[in-house]
Design a protein around this ligand. Structure first.
Ligand code: DSN
Length: 429
């Protein structure tokens, strides 16, 4: 059994130690293709597991409700300074525990209950907090959904792109207080300029949810919404390669409302160990090699998409310009659902997630698509040739899904490949 470098710290709990070792082995011997995941650095993990987990620090640097926050104040200030410098933003709040709570804090801080918000519909690539009826956000605010343009067979104009005409019509009709740009399952670049133009035309605020592409923006591989949006939210653990958690950037005029909405509005004590880990990640993302890393993520996604397409898969939106590929499985195999594909790929050591495709006839639990991403395995050092090999693994497993010999043989090849690209190979105990 492979042990994690932190095992030695857990001296009296063999059950947890054993489970951590199992997860360590899973992450380093199978392929991590979930587009919202990554491998953090040892520095990020060390800060996450640090002594700061002991400290209560409600409030903000210089304005805490508990004593003993001299060091914590410096840590949180460092994280805020690094983040505003990284994105060229006026103000940063690094306390949100998660992307969903960051988004709710923005709605709470800048809007009144019942106000209208325009967001991308869930099955078109939006997030639950962009107005899905399943999210509590739709209970408190009046969401109107925009979508993607229809799919087309013209390779020069494949469709399934953000439909700005539809967005503008809906904005003129419903006069939202807030327009949301950004997505969780959309493989194309998102131009912030038309969002700003439409928001200005109807007098709306503009929020960008850049959770997926925050790292690509930081590395200069994706357009930044920061100069155009009133507020930008993102999680810190996806392409940005930090610890789990989130942050909010905003223009100075919104800073006080955003900060008050996060604390005391939404949350109590911030997780300062996670904030220290975010500070580590923000410094890493400011290094020149991070820019090279993000370019490789995109290059790998394009190569991966092309290889998958050559096996008969259809890429939603006709391709990719970021870190993910959203696959419509129906043309590859009309009987194959996203759920079945995810499950059999898991058995072969290939971790993906089922995902709805635009106007999916199947439920979010079953789906007709899977979403794959390149951020984590690019961190592990994989390049175009390895992603072509992974496309081949996926094709063989899905074609041979009823044959356990095929699945087992791919699983062995996956483990061999992961053995050559272990992100924590240099970790010493
Ligand atoms: N769970 C995230 C994702 O996988 O995209 C969104 O919140």
């Amino acid at each position: 059994m492979v042990s994690s470098p932190f095992d030695a710290w857990i001296t009296n709990d063999s059950e947890v130690t054993s489970l951590l070792a199992q997860e360590w082995e899973r992450e380093t011997t199978t392929l991590q293709l979930i587009a919202s995941e990554n491998f953090t650095s040892p520095g990020v993990m060390a800060a996450t597991g640090s002594i700061l987990t002991n400290k209560y620090s409600e409030g903000y640097p210089g304005r805490r409700f508990y004593g003993g926050n001299q060091v914590v104040d410096e840590i949180e200030d460092l994280a805020r300074r690094r983040l505003t410098a990284l994105f060229g933003a006026d103000h940063a709040n690094v306390q949100p525990h998660a992307g969903a709570s960051a988004n709710v804090a923005v709605y709470t801080g800048l809007l009144n209950p019942g106000d209208t918000i325009l967001g991308l519909r869930l099955d078109q690539g939006g997030h639950l907090t962009h107005g899905s009826p399943a999210s509590l956000t739709s209970t408190f605010w009046n969401f109107v959904s925009y979508g993607l343009t229809p799919r087309s067979d013209d390779p020069a104009n494949p469709g399934e792109l953000i439909d700005f005409e539809n967005l503008r019509e809906l904005a003129l009709k419903h006069r939202p207080k807030l327009i949301i740009g950004g997505a969780t399952a959309y493989a194309r670049e998102i131009d912030p300029v038309p969002f700003r133009e439409i928001a200005d035309e109807v007098g709306a605020l503009l929020m960008f949810d850049s959770a997926h592409v925050a790292g690509l923006i930081a590395g200069g591989s994706h357009p930044s919404p920061v100069p155009y949006a009133d507020v930008v939210t993102f999680t810190t653990h996806k392409t940005l390669r930090g610890p789990r958690g989130a942050a909010i950037l905003c223009r100075e005029e919104h800073a006080k409302k955003i900060d008050s909405a996060v604390f005391p509005g939404m949350q109590g004590g911030p997780l300062e160990h996670a904030i220290a880990a975010r500070a580590v990640a923000f410094k890493e993302a400011a290094q020149p090699e991070f820019a090279t890393y993000t370019q490789q993520i995109v290059t790998n996604a394009k190569a991966f998409g092309a290889s998958l397409e050559s096996k008969g898969f259809r890429m939603v939106s006709g391709g990719t310009e970021n870190h993910m590929v959203l696959l419509d499985l129906r043309e590859y195999d009309a009987e194959l659902t996203g759920k079945v594909a995810q499950e059999v790929l898991d058995r072969a050591g290939i971790t993906t997630n089922r995902n709805q495709i635009p106007d999916d006839p199947r439920s979010p639990f079953i789906t007709s698509g899977i979403r794959v991403g390149t951020a984590a395995q690019t961190t592990a050092g994989m390049k175009e040739a390895e992603f072509a090999q992974i496309a081949d693994f996926i094709d063989r497993v899905l074609r041979g899904r009823d044959n356990e010999t095929v699945v087992a043989s791919v699983r062995e090849e996956v483990a061999a490949l992961c053995g050559q690209f272990n992100p924590y190979a240099n970790f010493t105990k």
